[in-house]
Ligand binder design. Structure first.
Ligand code: DOR
Ligand code: ZN
Length: 416
């Protein structure tokens, strides 16, 4: 048995404990003192559950010039993420079982962390066929991949998903509220795909939701959050918490839904701190520097973030603006619960997916540190608290802050 010790986040609080992990990679015991054939002592560093990022775009297959599964999952590991759920707007898009099976086959043996796959059903019949997907993604407006559906179609998909008890993650923007004006900068882009487009789409979703399990992706403002109906869940991205349209990012900050004003960002941060938002998800959506260097109106929307979500939030704990249980809930416990997968909690019988972090270890976020294939991060120069070590089912995948292995990640299928 491998024994990993430190100040463990267990049952809602930190305690000096030892975690014993068996040969299957599962937690066999958690005790004050444990003896094993291998002892790893992390002293007073914190041991937290590995993060679960329920919204990433690893661009594999089909768009590997932007990112690929080995590079994207290594970056995930560097940022303390041990499970990712990958969106279906890869090429070909995951709208059929053939595409889902081909994607699963292609990714096998190439991931540094565990992963689950979304599908994008375009009809109620497709919902039935795509049952192997961990959950469904539906776009109410155009974004990278052109997978949007009409409201009547969405309603049919929701009814079919409800019958299968499947989670539906919704990109909620109402294209009827977009302006036709070409945006030349981030403030224009905020005005072109305004807050009310998000608010209206979420209100429509609330009206047609019925008994379906619905999760609203990337709420960008308080108005959107306030429209999320009771019983539905939602996520916020680190870019909507840490960046806004006043930053000099140009097209690198172009994303759907757009970055909002500094005041919107403050209000969103307060709501997050108060526990009104279930999960933080990166919406890691890399595009190359070349693509992002085009004219603002032509540049693709989306920005990378899988490696920086946890470090940026962990830094806020050290600064005293966030508490640890809130962070662990939003980055590990709730995303796993929302996806319905047995991850995100340190307990006996769970996978030994752990991150080890010293809150005093503050580093600058740089493109080099996060190692994305796309070669840039919108959080360049900000402070982050990166994990020192990360374990996937008890095996080290990060040591001294660097990813040391790949290929151990397994696909997590939908639990029946
Ligand atoms: O800005 C975005 N980019 N929003 C999305 O919903 C998709 C994403 C992408 O895949 O590039
Ligand atoms: Zn996305």
């Amino acid at each position: 048995m491998r024994v990993i010790s430190g100040r463990v986040f267990f049952r809602g609080q930190l305690e000096p404990l030892s975690i014993g992990i068996d040969e299957k990679g599962q937690i066999a015991a958690i005790k004050k003192v444990l003896r094993g054939d291998e002892q790893i002592d992390h002293g007073d560093a914190l041991i937290l559950p590995g993060c679960v990022d329920l919204h990433v775009h690893m661009r594999d297959p089909g768009l590997r010039r932007k990112e690929d599964f080995p590079s994207g999952t290594r970056s995930a590991a560097i940022g303390g993420v041990t499970t990712v759920a990958d969106m279906p707007n890869t090429v070909p898009a995951v709208t059929t079982t053939a595409a889902l099976d081909a994607k699963a086959a292609e990714l096998q043996g190439r991931a540094a962390v565990d992963y689950a796959l979304y599908a994008a059903p375009r009809s109620p019949e497709a919902v039935l066929r795509l049952n192997d997907a961990v959950a469904f993604k539906v776009y109410m407006a155009e974004s990278t991949g052109n997978l949007e559906v009409t409201v009547p179609r969405l309603e049919e998909i929701l009814r079919a998903a409800e019958a299968q008890s499947k989670l539906v993650v919704v990109h909620a923007e109402d294209p009827g509220k977009f302006s036709r004006q070409k945006a030349k900068n981030l403030r224009d882009y905020d005005a072109a795909r305004p807050k009310v487009a998000e608010e209206t789409a979420i209100a429509t979703l609330a009206r047609i939701r019925g008994g379906a399990r619905v999760h609203v992706a990337h709420v960008s403002c308080l108005e959107a959050l306030n429209s999320v109906p009771a019983g539905a869940t939602c996520e916020v991205t680190p870019h909507h918490l840490f960046l806004d349209a006043s930053k000099a990012l140009g097209a690198r900050g172009k994303v759907n839904p757009p970055l909002r004003s500094p005041a919107d960002r403050d209000a969103l941060w307060d709501a997050f701190r108060q526990g009104r938002i279930d999960a933080v998800a990166s919406d890691h959506a890399p595009h190359t520097m070349d693509e992002k260097s085009a004219l603002f109106e032509e540049a693709p929307a989306g920005l990378p973030g899988v490696a920086t979500a946890f470090p940026l939030l962990m830094r806020r704990i050290r600064a005293g603006d966030l508490d640890l249980p809130r962070l662990v809930s939003a980055m590990a416990v709730r995303p796993a619960e929302i996806l319905g997968i047995a991850k995100g909690t340190i307990d006996v019988g769970r996978d030994g997916d752990l991150l080890v972090v010293d809150p005093r270890n503050i580093e600058a976020v740089t493109a080099k540190r996060v190692r994305y294939k796309c070669g840039w991060t919108p959080f360049e120069g900000m402070e982050g608290c990166f994990p020192r070590a990360v374990y996937l089912r008890g095996e080290p995948i990060v040591e001294d802050g660097e990813a040391i292995s790949e290929g151990q990640g397994r696909m997590i299928r939908a639990s029946a």
